[in-house]
Design a binder for this molecule. Structure first.
Ligand code: SAM
Length: 245
């Protein structure tokens, strides 16, 4: 079978190789993931996620799917909103990340269903969820079009998909942002997690990810409608939202 090429940061690798290398990155960072998130973003990731929760508008009794949910920040926040009659599924392809997510969920006294699965092949029926979210996960997926189509498939008509992801920064901020990403981030990664390579991958993968308008078109091509996006922190991050009709 033909193995097409794709990006892994700034490297070009076989598609089959990308999933393996992404798995390597997240298995390596899982134990320090939360502390590094706070350090790298100066706590901003909490605000970006809080905004996502607000825009999601999830109500008691609804069903939510957290794709690439990792250590469960979004799942935990949604669990508080859906109440006892709702449902929040925490999912991720990576066992190390998901284990930490599951432990945090249990520590918070909010047992949730957890599933290890690939966003490109979601093990859920059609038209099942009111809301699907993917935070900082899409960038790492080999076939983003397939993942978006899957997320749309499992949404109920009227349901919404939210994609929170690094994006294209406002031009005047680019020199400082580049310095931070390519010099400070790998240094921090080395000091705190003894893993400069994973944080170099983070910086590179952000540069390779589609910009705001391109991702909007990709979501429309996946069949989502009324797609709009919100730039956060000068476009360091963008939140895209689209609906299934
Ligand atoms: N959503 C969490 C957050 O915002 O803190 C975790 C984000 S973490 C940067 C990216 C996650 O995407 C990792 O846990 C990784 O395992 C997951 N991931 C990568 N490729 C995936 C795929 N094809 N399907 C599901 N999850 C995937």
């Amino acid at each position: 079978m033909e193995d097409n090429k794709t990006d892994f940061g700034f490297d070009t690798v076989a598609e089959s190789e990308k999933a393996r290398r992404v798995a390597g990155v997240f298995s390596s960072v899982a134990s320090r993931y939360d502390v590094m998130n706070d350090l790298m973003s100066g706590g901003l990731h909490r605000l970006w996620k809080a905004f996502t929760i607000q825009i999601a508008g999830v109500r008691p009794g609804q069903r939510v799917l957290d794709v690439a949910g990792g250590t469960a920040d979004l799942s935990l926040a949604f669990a508080r909103r859906v109440g006892n009659d709702g449902q929040v599924w925490l999912t991720d392809i990576n066992h190390a990340m998901l284990s930490r997510g599951r432990d945090r969920v249990l520590d918070h006294g909010k047992p949730l269903p957890v599933a290890q699965c690939d966003a490109e092949k979601l093990p859920f029926p059609n038209d099942y969820f009111d809301c699907v979210t993917v935070a900082f996960g899409l960038r790492n997926m080999t076939h983003k079009d397939r993942a978006l189509a899957e997320m749309r498939r499992v949404l109920k008509p009227g349901g919404r998909l939210l994609v929170l992801e690094f994006s294209q920064v406002w031009k005047p901020l680019a020199p400082v942002y580049d310095f931070y990403s390519f010099k400070i981030l790998p240094w921090l990664g080395k000091k705190v997690a003894d893993d400069a390579d994973s944080y170099r991958y983070l910086a590179e993968s952000i540069r390779m990810h589609p910009d705001q308008e391109t991702l909007k078109s990709m979501m429309e091509q996946a069949g989502l409608v009324k797609v709009e996006y919100f730039n956060l922190t000068g476009g360091v991050v963008a939140l895209h939202r689209g609906f299934k009709i």
